[in-house]
Design a protein. Sequence first.
Length: 290
Amino acid sequence: MKNITARQYRILSDHMDIYQFMLEIYERNWRNGVPAPFLEYALSSTWMDKSYSYLNRIWFDGDKIIGFVYTENPVTDIYFSLRPGYEEIAPEMVAYADAHMPNLEGKRHFIIFKGQDAIQTAAEKMGYQQISQWNDMQYDFDKPLDYPLPKGFHFVPQGMLDIAKISECCWKGFDHEEKEGPWDGDTRNNYGLLQSPHQTLEYGVAIENESGNYVCYAGMWWIPENQLAYMEPLCTVPEYRQLGLASAALSELYRRMKPLGATHMTGGGNPFYEKIGYHPAVTWTVWRKI
């Protein structure tokens, strides 16, 4: 007999249990919700507004977590994780999200992955309609990924990454310099990530130029329970793009992760991924109440 209860998320005490829950329900197409590193990466970053996390809500069957509704970035994007076999709580989860989750300036969106049929049905009954969708790519490790490193560059030795150089590379690589000015030496975000309980910085890949500056970086969260190489983030400094550095960095990640038992690696929706051999694997859909 099921004994279903619910309560609010407690950020200081619930994270590890939520992480384990996400490991247990993981599917490669995310039909039960996001992989475990997705939320931890956000919670460990300075770019996420965590002040709304008290609105997140957990559902239990006895002591077992069966559902979770939560925000990421922006806080008006609402996500759902649901354990298979408990689809009957989907209407309650969606009703809670509709009544209580952030709706700043009427911009609340439900993020529903293809395959989350119970959540989608409940959202439709609440008056939500799909307004957009896109695909994220994955790389299957049953085929080699082997793009060469261009001349004049080299990989930083594994386990020897410099946090300050990663921070500067990411600042430039995500075009903050163009929009917000030169990097100011603030390394807080990457030191916060370094202290994440499940981060695996030792597998990350950085590429240096001849001057010793990092010009491409690919982070890695190794999830052995799911045989998942969760790649996040990936960036290249603007003046070094279109040289094949990102392809070489992902190839190096392949070489590092496959011997550990990884079967697949995440990517994004950029056509670049499909060009180097990734395939569409996860369909995001965005829903808004009309």
